[in-house]
Design a protein around this ligand. Sequence first.
Ligand SMILES: NC(=O)c1ccc[n+]([C@@H]2O[C@H](COP(=O)([O-])OP(=O)(O)OC[C@H]3O[C@@H](n4cnc5c(N)ncnc54)[C@H](O)[C@@H]3O)[C@@H](O)[C@H]2O)c1
Length: 260
Amino acid sequence: MTHPAIKNLTPAFSGKVAFITGAAQGFGRNFAEAIVAAGGRAVICDIDLDAARATAAAIAAGNERAIAVRADVADEGTVDAAVADVVQQWGGIDILINNAGRHLTKYNQPFAKLSRTDIREMMDVNFMGVVNCTLACRDSMRARGGGVIINIASIAGYLSSTPYGVSKLAVRGLTIAFAGELAADNIRVNAIAPGLMGTEAALAELPEEFVTKFRDELQLVHRLGKMEDITATVLYLCSDAASFITGETLKVSGGYPLGI
Ligand SMILES: NC(=O)c1ccc[n+]([C@@H]2O[C@H](COP(=O)([O-])OP(=O)(O)OC[C@H]3O[C@@H](n4cnc5c(N)ncnc54)[C@H](O)[C@@H]3O)[C@@H](O)[C@H]2O)c1
């Protein structure tokens, strides 16, 4: 007989619908690919509909288990319409991954270097985006007997030293607040805080000395983070093995920063 802990670790995605924001590229796309490979269905939600369509077509080739929808997560009207569209096409939503976020070097500067408009626009995506998508998906998840929400935070939310960091600290706060608010609907809410990821985009944007110091001195595990490290954590948090975990933010960062 399979040990229950091993059985629970195997993600049971068959028939499950995952709504993933910012999924046309990067982390979101990787999550969608893994969920479809595990037997689930993925909604590629993005502000860029053409890119979302191209990604959905690539993932759905031969299985029809990925569709594209357009929404700007900062705009509740477009989010509500996208969720209604998915409920109409696929009957409901079981998993929401709040992944879309503004994270350029620009938002990692002191507040005084940015305009108020820039700060407000970033908070509208990184903070209000999570609020808008969570509230829009709640009824459908409740109607299906529960669900899982995963918010993509950042280790910058532990340092909280820039506008971006503060926005990701707020994502950790939302994770706690919504875990409490949605518990009665059998919806678990957790977050993942990725560390420095060795993606092409990150490596192109960051000075080489910064990356080397981070990897060899600040991290306890001396290798660059990979997309699969984050995707594996998404699969775990969606699985029954994580059914006793809610309101948590899990750092996936090679051990930096440690703290209580
Ligand atoms: N890349 C990293 O190293 C890293 C580290 C820690 C945390 N994160 C977080 O992970 C998440 C994804 O990062 P990524 O590197 O994959 O990003 P990315 O920039 O590669 O992709 C983001 C996607 O989101 C879409 N998007 C942007 N604004 C949107 C909006 N308002 N509504 C809907 N879609 C929108 C974009 O079109 C794009 O397809 C972000 O929340 C980011 O803060 C990334």
